[in-house]
Design a protein around this ligand. Structure first.
Ligand SMILES: Cc1cc2nc3c(=O)[nH]c(=O)nc-3n(C[C@H](O)[C@H](O)[C@H](O)COP(=O)(O)O)c2cc1C
Length: 322
């Protein structure tokens, strides 16, 4: 029998998200590319992705989150919930996964808004009126880059974001709930909502430097966090209060403005979410129904907090997350 160094013993103790028990503290967080239902291609049950995830589970990882799945696929504009065959295939595979004792949460994303990575080819598609119309059925750039308010894209000056309509917001809330219901039917243990984190679309609604709306989705804290709150309420309504929902969350934005990140130890004025707002926001989001917050810091304007490269201080997010 292997003896475990006392220092590491807590890693082998169980914990809970809502009523779901996770056998140990080893978690594989989402990484685009480790997807179960396809990534930047037509949605399908991805056998190679499933094989990789199964191997991670067989190596004693307690909780696995495959790479994020857009509820509205930027490629071909497919809604994730509209694919019954895919959920049937997933349902057949889940018992094999569960034999390992691991749990599976699928991360569902509202998408990127102004953080959508724009290539030169996309700039050409967007700036030519004819090409923009022709490209629409496979990549509707106007829709997939829409944000809380009109704002500059993170990467390109040629593809600015427009304001999302209230109808589009409702469509997304509905799509989260329907996708979560199908995943629950297939035997998946929970979902994670992506993301009031890293300046992704839902985060753009919460951030004062991006959200300038005058309707019920802008202004007060309650209004700015309403989109994320309505998503968890809609999921719980369809899947039941017991179905666990995590939220990917950035505690502090570490951002000075559009395309201007703050460095560790720097004295700066926070343009996004500071600690004072974060404490209030966390209470609001928990009250709305989220069972867990999966935390780090940053935005796409300060991306090196959420994806810390080697030159960032070790555990650079831990103090704020605590
Ligand atoms: C290639 C890559 C893709 C990622 N995709 C996602 C994602 O889909 N959803 C998410 O919440 N985080 C994503 N992340 C962030 C990771 O889950 C993780 O939080 C981050 O890499 C920091 O952890 P690390 O220091 O162990 O790499 C991604 C990271 C990488 C490197």
């Amino acid at each position: 029998m292997t003896t475990i160094n006392k220092e590491y013993e807590p890693l082998f103790t169980p914990w809970k998200i809502g009523n779901v028990e996770i056998k140990n503290r080893f978690v594989m967080t989402s990484m685009g590319g480790t997807n179960l239902l396809g990534w930047m291609e037509n949605n399908h049950f991805d056998k190679a992705g499933a094989e990789f995830i199964l191997q991670v589970a067989q190596n004693n990882c307690g909780l696995i989150l495959p790479g994020c799945q857009p509820v509205y696929n930027p490629m071909f504009g497919q809604w994730l919930y509209k694919n019954d065959r895919m959920y049937e295939d997933l349902k057949k595979w889940m018992p094999e996964f569960h034999k390992t004792g691991a749990k599976l949460f699928v991360q569902l994303t509202a998408g990127f808004g102004r953080s959508f990575t724009i290539s030169e080819m996309m700039e050409t598609l967007y700036t030519s009126k004819i090409l923009r119309v022709l490209a629409k059925p496979f990549m509707d750039l106007d829709k997939i880059t829409a944000s809380a308010s009109a704002s500059p894209n993170r990467w390109s000056d040629k593809v600015p974001s427009r304001e999302m309509t209230r109808e589009e917001i409702q469509e997304f809330i509905d799509a989260f709930a329907k996708s979560a219901e199908k995943l629950k039917y297939a035997g998946v243990d929970g979902v994670e909502v992506h993301a009031v984190h890293e300046g992704y679309l839902l985060d753009q609604f919460t951030l004062k430097y991006v959200n300038k709306r005058n309707d019920e989705y802008g202004g007060s804290l309650e209004n700015r966090y309403r989109f994320a709150a309505e998503i968890v309420k809609a999921i719980k309504k369809r899947c039941g209060e017991d179905f666990p929902v995590s939220l990917r969350y950035s505690v502090v934005s570490k951002t000075k403005g559009f395309r201007q990140g703050a460095l560790p130890g720097e004295d700066y004025v926070e343009a996004g979410r500071d600690m004072e707002e974060s404490i209030e926001a966390v209470r609001f989001l928990e009250e709305a129904g989220y069972d867990m917050l999966n935390c780090d810091n940053g935005t796409y304007d300060a991306w090196y907090w959420a994806h810390p490269p080697i030159y960032m201080p070790e555990n650079c997010n831990l103090a704020d997350v605590e």
